[in-house]
Design a protein around this ligand. Structure first.
Ligand code: ADP
Length: 397
């Protein structure tokens, strides 16, 4: 027999519904609070991530990029790399890198640091790379966090510093050796000249053919010792702080006067074309004209020496860069230089020219003259395409 629910039963059900509703409301309030807290934390973490100036990328065990920070888009490409293989994105290469830091970090479950050179928009850039494994709750590496810091400028400064240190050490050594050689060399030259002077008197006391040979040998001794003296003098000039007093100098005038010295060589050679683009309104620089002419002459002679069968065009330019630097540029379409030669060209005695044609002192003298003028020398060169040597001076304050 069906019994209808009592009043107590009905109140009980409603009461329990009321309790459930209240509980659900409390849970919703708690959930809302924790969502707000989570959002606050997310924003905090995002702000920290946005504050990191290194390129960040998370890489999966298969080598696919799963996320990157905003710096990635500033340094690399503008399109999203997510889902793509890392070596394709960073190196545009179809095969994995030799000692891939991400793989090493995944395999060893430890941090891996390396330095790589990546070419971006045709320009080589140095990156310090840190790969750290991201671990699952059991401590197993499941992804890798890659941080790439662009250290190109630091490396350039380090290279400049170590080059300057090397040059000053070489300068000291060169000065010592040059001083030691200078004195005996002066004696050799002096005595050779004296023998040559007295040779006609001794001629009648020695057989004729011996007299001829003696004169010939003495001439060779004189020529070779003179060549040695020139080398010693350029060594001394390289190592000695330049003493020419500095005054405002018109760089264009130095260029014109130096060009007169090589004009005969340019005129004689039909394969050489000389072009000039001298800025008429070039402000003066502070310098010693004789040293500046020497510097320009060395650059010019090297450009002329770089000529190959099809001839050469040498362009001499002066101009103002960025409103604060004054540039003297010697550009040639000659043989150019190999990448391996470039770090050595300012070293004393570095030459690729045949014996007797180059002493390897020209550019080291240019370096030391530029130093004395607080100037720097920039070099760009490509084999078989040509070279550009740019001397960059500061303006007179
Ligand atoms: P040298 O001219 O006696 O060899 P330098 O110090 O002037 O000595 O030059 C050193 C080297 O640098 C040269 O032997 C040559 O290999 C390279 N070099 C300098 N200028 C140029 C240039 N314009 N084109 C190609 N190579 C150059």
């Amino acid at each position: 027999m069906k019994t209808s629910p009592s009043i107590e039963d009905l109140i009980g059900i409603e009461y329990s519904k009321l309790g459930f509703f209240r509980e659900a409301q409390e849970k919703i309030t708690q959930l809302r609070a924790s969502t707000r807290e989570l959002e606050r934390r997310r924003q905090q973490i995002q702000a920290i991530l946005d504050g990191i100036t290194d390129v960040m990328a998370v890489i999966s065990p298969e080598g696919r990029i799963t996320s990157v920070n905003h710096v990635f888009y500033d340094v690399f490409e503008k399109v999203s790399p997510v889902g793509r293989i890392c070596h394709q994105v960073f190196r545009d290469s179809t095969s994995p890198c030799g000692r891939c830091p991400a793989r090493i970090a995944l395999k060893s479950n430890r941090l891996c640091r390396q330095e790589h050179v990546l070419t971006i928009a045709g320009v080589p850039r140095h990156f310090e790379i840190t790969a750290s494994p991201l671990r699952d709750p059991h401590g197993h590496p499941c992804h890798v966090l890659l941080l790439k810091r662009d250290v190109t400028v630091e490396r350039q400064y380090q290279a400049k510093l170590s080059h300057a240190e090397k040059m000053s050490a070489v300068g000291l050594l060169a000065a010592g050796v040059a001083h030691e050689i200078n004195n005996p060399l002066t004696a050799i030259l002096g005595f050779a000249q004296a023998i040559l002077r007295h040779l006609p008197e001794a001629r009648n006391r020695v057989p004729d053919d011996f007299g001829v040979k003696l004169e010939e040998y003495m001439q060779i001794i004189l020529e070779e010792s003179t060549r040695c003296r020139e080398i010693v003098q350029s060594l001394l000039a390289f190592s000695r702080p330049h003493s020419g007093s500095q005054s405002p100098v018109n760089l264009n005038q130095c260029v014109q006067e130096t060009l007169k010295l090589v004009r005969y060589r340019i005129k004689e050679d039909p394969k050489v074309r000389l072009q000039q683009e001298l800025d008429e309104s070039l402000p003066p620089i502070l310098g010693a004209p004789s040293e500046l002419k020497q510097l320009f002459l060395n650059l010019l002679l090297n450009a002329l020496d770089a000529s190959h069968e099809s001839g050469i065009t040498v362009l001499v330019r002066t101009y103002v860069r960025d409103d604060e630097r004054i540039c003297l540029e010697v550009q040639d379409t000659g043989c150019g230089m190999h990448r391996e030669s470039l770090p050595k060209i300012f070293d004393p005695f570095f030459t690729t020219k045949p014996v007797g044609q180059g002493t390897g002192m020209g550019l080291s003298m240019c370096y030391s003259i530029a130093q004395a003028h607080n100037a720097s020398i920039e070099v760009e060169s490509k084999p078989h395409k040509g070279s550009t040597f740019r001397v960059v001076f500061g303006k007179i304050p």
